[in-house]
Design a protein around this ligand. Structure first.
Ligand SMILES: *Cc1c(COP(=O)(O)O)cnc(C)c1O
Ligand SMILES: [Zn+2]
Length: 382
């Protein structure tokens, strides 16, 4: 890794604990010397071992650093044959992220985050979370031996709160939305100089872990799908998956990039609203009202993160869909009973979005489509 660069103005920064561009205040991203990396590393020979660390040269850690790992990544890609029959579709695949060590894709990021925390000499970690980041942070902090403090909205599902405590994290339930928890975590991180792992674009190292999902998809499909459908809060998973596809193209492994679809809850859809109104700047959502807790992010104090996600979606030729709760709950039940996959409501929104885009004739019956099933339903029982 070369260093950190501003996602907006391009200013370079040294690779230390930092979260924003000093010049313009926007989010940072890790930069690599790709020419050097691809001289030695190729996606075709990423090694026989499993997991995200097969791709270590493309992750923001030094070559001699031992990863903090629980066996994340290398998740199955399943053919959705029951879904194909039901909707008369030809090529639908389910990327099953529910089998990660703490049952969501967040493990890809938190494995990287806790590895970097050790590398940079952090004494403790802190994060705001809608649930899954907190559970994952608590697990990887336990594995690394660093103390972990979590800020979550009061509405966080009980099973997630329980898991955070079992892993030994110090837990603070905030009377407010995710955005309120975000500000508290940020304040504590600055005051105590703890490493902030919050899974927006705040931590430029953590998000890099999500790129590995794109690498795996291309390996598993042996081609590039037409569409990848991803539930989004602020959107770091989607943005990082896009970056993974760009890197695959840069390495000559693929020629095209899929169209990316971001799905939001209709009752908390700041990015979908800006997309529908042809705007480039996302504005915060005033009063979130949704049961899809994992993606209920009104972006209250960092709407620029939403604008960054929106830009990437447009660049890919994609779409942003607002999925109504009632439809999503029905699709969650359908996936459980027909495909045998018990996923979170937020994850089932990908199926709702697919149906909406089929109806709009945006997605065609013959297109190849991947639904990213981001989290397991067992942590969301109420
Ligand atoms: C975090 C999360 C998302 C949204 O991801 P972002 O990239 O943070 O916007 C989607 N689904 C589940 C289950 C999640 O936990
Ligand atoms: Zn900048």
């Amino acid at each position: 890794m070369l260093g950190l660069r501003c996602s907006s103005c391009g200013e370079w920064h040294e690779s230390t604990i930092r979260y924003q561009c000093e010049a313009c205040g926007n989010s940072l991203m890790a930069e690599y010397d790709y020419n050097r990396i691809f001289r030695k590393f190729s996606f075709e020979n990423a090694g026989m071992a499993s997991g995200i660390w097969r791709f270590k040269p493309l992750l923001p850690v030094g070559p001699n650093v031992a990863p903090v790992t629980l066996g994340e990544g290398s998740t199955p890609l399943l053919r959705a044959n029951r879904l194909e029959s039901a909707l008369s579709l030809a090529n639908v695949f389910l990327k099953n992220e529910t089998v990660n060590p703490t049952l969501s894709f967040k493990d890809r990021a938190l494995s990287v985050a806790l590895t970097v925390a050790g590398q940079l000499g952090a004494e403790a970690v802190v994060t705001a979370s809608t649930g899954n980041t907190g559970v994952s942070a608590a697990a990887y902090a336990a594995k690394s031996g660093l103390p972990c403090t979590l800020f979550v909205p009061k509405s966080t599902p009980r099973a997630k709160l329980y898991a955070m405590k079992r892993y030994g994290a110090s837990l603070h339930q905030v009377d407010g939305t995710f955005s309120d928890a975000y500000l508290l975590a940020k304040e504590v991180a600055e005051r105590k100089r703890w490493f902030n792992l919050t899974s927006t674009f705040l931590n430029p190292f953590a998000v890099e872990g999500h790129k590995t999902l794109a690498y795996e998809l291309v390996e598993q499909m042996k081609e590039v799908p037409d569409w990848v459908i991803i539930p989004i809060g602020a959107g770091p998973l989607l943005v990082s998956v896009y970056r993974g596809f760009l890197e695959l193209r840069l390495a000559g492994r693929i020629n095209t990039i899929p169209r990316l679809v971001g799905v939001q809850a209709a009752g908390c859809a700041p990015i979908a609203r800006a997309f529908a109104q042809d705007k480039t700047e996302v504005e915060p959502w005033e009063a979130p009202e949704t049961m899809l807790s994992a993606i209920a992010d009104p972006l209250s104090s960092y709407p620029a993160d939403g604008s960054r996600t929106l830009k990437v979606i447009r660049e890919s030729g994609g779409q942003v869909v607002a999925a109504p709760d009632e439809a999503v709950l029905g699709d969650q039940e359908w996936l459980t009973r027909q495909e045998g996959l018990y996923v979170e409501n937020a994850s089932a929104s990908t199926l709702t979005a697919l149906k909406i885009l089929l109806k709009q004739r945006v997605v065609r019956e013959s297109d190849s489509v991947v639904l990213v099933l981001t989290g397991h339903g067992t942590k969301e029982t109420e």
